[in-house]
Design a protein around this ligand. Sequence first.
Ligand SMILES: Cc1cc2nc3c(=O)[nH]c(=O)nc-3n(C[C@H](O)[C@H](O)[C@H](O)COP(=O)(O)OP(=O)(O)OC[C@H]3O[C@@H](n4cnc5c(N)ncnc54)[C@H](O)[C@@H]3O)c2cc1C
Length: 335
Amino acid sequence: MALVATGEMMQSDVIVVGGGPAGSSCARELVKHGISCVVLDRCEFPRLKLCAGWITPQVVQDVEMEISAYPHSFLTFDEIHAHIGPYTHRMQAVQHSIRRFEFDAWLLQRSGAAVHRHDVRSIERRDGQYVVDDRFSAPYIVGAGGTRCPVYRSFFREANPRAQALQAVTLEQEFPYEWQDGTCHLWFFEGGLPGYSWYVPKGNGWLNVGIGGMKTQLGRRDEHIRSHWERLTGRLGKDKVRGHRFEPKGYSYYLRGDIRVAERDGAYITGDALGLATRDLCEGIGPAIRTGIDAARCIESGSRYDPRPVEACSTTGIARRLLEYMFVRRSEKAV
Ligand SMILES: Cc1cc2nc3c(=O)[nH]c(=O)nc-3n(C[C@H](O)[C@H](O)[C@H](O)COP(=O)(O)OP(=O)(O)OC[C@H]3O[C@@H](n4cnc5c(N)ncnc54)[C@H](O)[C@@H]3O)c2cc1C
């Protein structure tokens, strides 16, 4: 069905709330199958999204990205340096960095979907339709609005309450910087941080520096993420990032917990809205894209949507056990 505007109401097959990686991937898949959809996002794209912007080869594959044709900042690392105390482990793994400011706008534009800047406030169920703010109507709705998604709030919160122990708090800044060290560095548990900090160089002379930690463990120690940030940037200011005045912004999101209900009566929930970031490296772009695509395919085929098989961890073996214990299990004990 084509998009139809009747009076003030816009009718489509699907309303996608949120135009981040989950929403744009879902929209692209729907458009591919000739299913009409509108993407509603409260922000005009390109928009700021706090994120280190580290992506895996799997993400590149899932979004069918041809690297040589990607028109924005893109950098490939052959290894990542993971530091724990005095030890440095060189993880031999091809990984990439992008800038979310560019990547998300590129994905959304490429989806081919109709995009409306709209801050979704109320979602009602009327005569088999989802009606958003009396302006948009569709028999299906996809929640891709990230941590504060209104679809989650309206239809999925009760079934999948957010677990306090899984909340990660972050501070970060991305800025133009002529970096000399083109390696991606991760520092785990520095100064007792229940999390890790990062230095992620980007293409075209950009750099992302950030820090994330588990909120309940910080609270138990009566610490704030900002004191860890100050230690990190104080150290970086002496070597890797000289002469920069850091002005971070903060954001919080949830790591992967139990998934009880992810689809009901034509409503689907994806990405950060469901809390799908991995329990060891807090990686959420990949799970957002995977579930966005899956939700679209289920709408198209009528099959059951089940995000549970999406990986809950990024690493395997000892690294996975150690990180999951330090982030999630210790937080559960701290609640
Ligand atoms: C500091 C930080 C660093 C991170 N680093 C990485 C990393 O390096 N690699 C990685 O894989 N993951 C990382 N993550 C996690 C990753 O950013 C998220 O998991 C990912 O963005 C989830 O995508 P999404 O599409 O579900 O949600 P989002 O990307 O959050 O998109 C949601 C969209 O919904 C819109 N929206 C929200 N509410 C409404 C509303 N009421 N009406 C309309 N629109 C609305 C928002 O404007 C937004 O555009 C990081 C997260 C943080 C905070």
